[in-house]
Write a protein that binds this ligand. Structure first.
Ligand SMILES: [Zn+2]
Ligand SMILES: [Zn+2]
Length: 160
């Protein structure tokens, strides 16, 4: 916890309202970046919280918008990690390749599962911001907004 408090105070001062890139850091249940509110949400007690916090900062500094096609989300996830790696030394945070790959894997799994037709389980195509349609049975479905990053997906796949 000491680590996270220190990190947040440093981030708050580097991204204060008068800075070049003002960002609000708010405690929450999950990690996420809200572009319209310029707010990073973080879960202080989560495993690897400092690394995921820098990942969200990566989304923020890269100007990622609130919405992107699912097919592009993975590229945005990777870009946010690349940015986080560059930021890590300044904030004294360790980010391992293993953590990144595991995070991207769970993200891939999650994207894949939302593309599966709830009716016949064939893979669908995205037809709109939050809409998919099945190529096999033509069933259409809606998916949740993909705003939160790491935590929920990370927790479903803990290491033994
Ligand atoms: Zn179907
Ligand atoms: Zn992310």
């Amino acid at each position: 916890m000491a680590k996270i408090s220190w990190l947040i105070s440093k981030l708050d001062s580097n991204h204060s309202p008068t800075s070049d890139a003002p960002i609000t850091f708010a405690r929450g249940e999950v990690f996420g970046w809200n572009a319209s509110g310029r707010t990073v949400t973080y879960a202080p007690d989560a495993p690897h919280a400092p690394a995921f916090l820098l990942h969200e900062l990566g989304h923020a500094l890269l100007g990622h918008a609130d919405y992107s096609d699912d097919i592009h989300l993975l590229a945005l996830e990777r870009a946010a990690w690349d940015k986080a790696i560059l930021l890590a030394p300044e904030y004294d945070v360790a980010i391992t390749d293993e953590l990144i790959e595991e995070s991207l894997d769970t993200y891939r799994d999650w994207l894949h599962s939302r593309s599966l037709c709830p009716h016949c389980n064939a893979t669908g195509v995205q037809t709109g911001p939050l809409h998919y349609q099945c190529l096999a049975c033509h069933h259409a479905w809606r998916v949740n907004e993909a705003r939160t990053c790491a935590l929920r997906r990370y927790e479903t796949k803990k290491r033994p």
